[in-house]
Design a protein around this ligand. Structure first.
Ligand SMILES: Cc1cc2nc3c(=O)[nH]c(=O)nc-3n(C[C@H](O)[C@H](O)[C@H](O)COP(=O)(O)OP(=O)(O)OC[C@H]3O[C@@H](n4cnc5c(N)ncnc54)[C@H](O)[C@@H]3O)c2cc1C
Length: 378
């Protein structure tokens, strides 16, 4: 904790929040030649970005609006290269692994096929024996939807690699610094107030995850409707090859890491900013996991934790300038898909800050008033 690199008071852009959204945003901005300071209340990469599963796809992509799918597809295209370049630069391997997504819900076949045709994604419908051939440990005799191109990333390692990479690039990372307010000058935003003093910059990007709405309200800025949605995870220490594929069944999922560990997720709970894990959720996740792959019942449970997703009304993040506040930008509200959509979100934000031609039409991600957006689809 504390200031990691000096020069924190001379900067072009302040990025608030050191999750994957803030860190990838900082990377884009410094690569474009700006001086960047990243302010993080705790330790970079230790909130939702650390707690998540790292599936590089929405659970059921066809249930999401197109703007989410556009961010996903763009990001999926560059993840292998991003992971490899971080591994080379830092020696930390984020373990990008393409082991495919097997959705054991046969009722999803039709919408999955239609989505695959629209987005040119590979989709196969599997009968029970083919599903079992892909995942021999399955208890359930059910077919499903197979998305062979889907990959995963080990998100805590991705965050660690990114943090090291940003320091190498010259981003000033200040940890243990809480942003409390906004500085306004005659021509717009002039920086931020923090519990460690003022940080001056002509541009400020708010990437405070689940805390974004609360922070903007505190700043007196337009408040984007981003709220915390708690998700709990359970981790098994399993021998290698206990589970081979990313598995989904009725909204729950199993993710096998390269070393054999299996993550099981997740809950969706509206409990404010409380991220205390509960015994009831651990039992629920264990029941789901062990009924899907019975061998897990013989494996020790290694950890159980919770994180706060930055929930947004329809799952579409808010990316871009905040109207009426020259120099103030937001990149938040990625909800259940913040890891898979992060590279595109960061690039789009940087395009808007720098006035470059944007990689995607920014319209769908611009800040809207609360009443304009639909309810979250799942
Ligand atoms: C259980 C679970 C499973 C998930 N699984 C997946 C998945 O498989 N695939 C996927 O794509 N996504 C998944 N997600 C979602 C994904 O993790 C999030 O969408 C993503 O991490 C959001 O990143 P972020 O940078 O916006 O937020 P965060 O990682 O929460 O970062 C925000 C940062 O802002 C800091 N901050 C807040 N307020 C201040 C302040 N005032 N001053 C300074 N710093 C501040 C916080 O300390 C925090 O570090 C999952 C999430 C959870 C909880």
């Amino acid at each position: 904790m504390g200031t990691v690199t000096p020069l924190s008071r001379s900067t072009d852009v302040v990025v608030v929040g050191g999750g994957i959204i803030g860190m990838l945003g900082a990377r884009e901005l410094i690569l474009a030649g700006l001086r960047v300071t990243l302010l993080e209340r705790g330790t970079a990469g230790r909130e939702s970005t650390w707690a998540g599963g790292g599936i590089l796809s929405p659970l059921y992509p066809w249930r999401y609006p197109d703007p989410v799918n556009h961010l996903v597809l763009w990001s999926q295209g560059i993840y292998p290269e991003l992971a490899e370049s971080l591994r080379e630069a830092t020696g930390i391997d984020p373990e990008w692994t393409r082991n495919g997504l097997l959705i054991l819900d046969p009722g999803e076949a039709e919408p999955a096929l239609a989505w695959g045709r629209r987005f040119q994604a590979e989709v196969e419908i599997l009968p029970p024996d083919a599903a079992r051939a892909l995942e021999p440990g399955l208890h359930r005799d059910t077919g499903g939807v197979w998305l062979p191109q889907v990959a995963q990333i080990r998100n805590p390692r991705l965050a660690k690699a990114l943090r090291a990479h940003l320091l190498d690039l010259g981003v000033c990372i200040e940890e243990g610094v809480t942003v409390t307010g906004l500085l306004r000058g005659d021509e717009g935003v002039a920086g931020v107030e923090t519990d460690a003093g003022l940080r001056r910059a002509g541009k400020v990007v708010i990437c405070a995850g689940a805390w974004t709405g609360r922070l903007l309200a505190q700043m007196g800025a337009p408040v984007v409707p981003v709220r915390p949605v708690r998700g709990q995870m359970l981790l098994y220490r399993a021998p290698r090859d206990t589970v081979h594929r990313i598995l989904i069944h009725e909204g729950h999922y199993l993710i096998p890491r390269r070393d054999g560990r299996v993550l099981v997720g997740s809950t969706m709970e509206e409990t404010g900013f409380d991220k205390t894990p509960t015994p009831g959720a651990a039992e629920e996740l264990a029941r789901v996991a062990e009924s899907l792959v019975p061998a897990l019942a013989r494996c020790p449970k290694e950890a159980h934790w919770a994180g706060l997703r930055p929930g947004s009304p329809d799952g579409v993040p808010f990316i871009g300038p905040l109207p009426g506040w020259e120099g103030l930008y937001v990149n938040a509200g990625h909800f259940r898909n913040g890891v898979v959509t992060a590279p595109a979100s960061a690039r789009l934000l940087a395009d808007l800050v720098l006035g470059r031609p944007p990689i995607l039409d920014p319209g769908p991600y611009r800040f809207k008033r609360v009443g304009e957006v639909a309810d979250n689809p799942q």
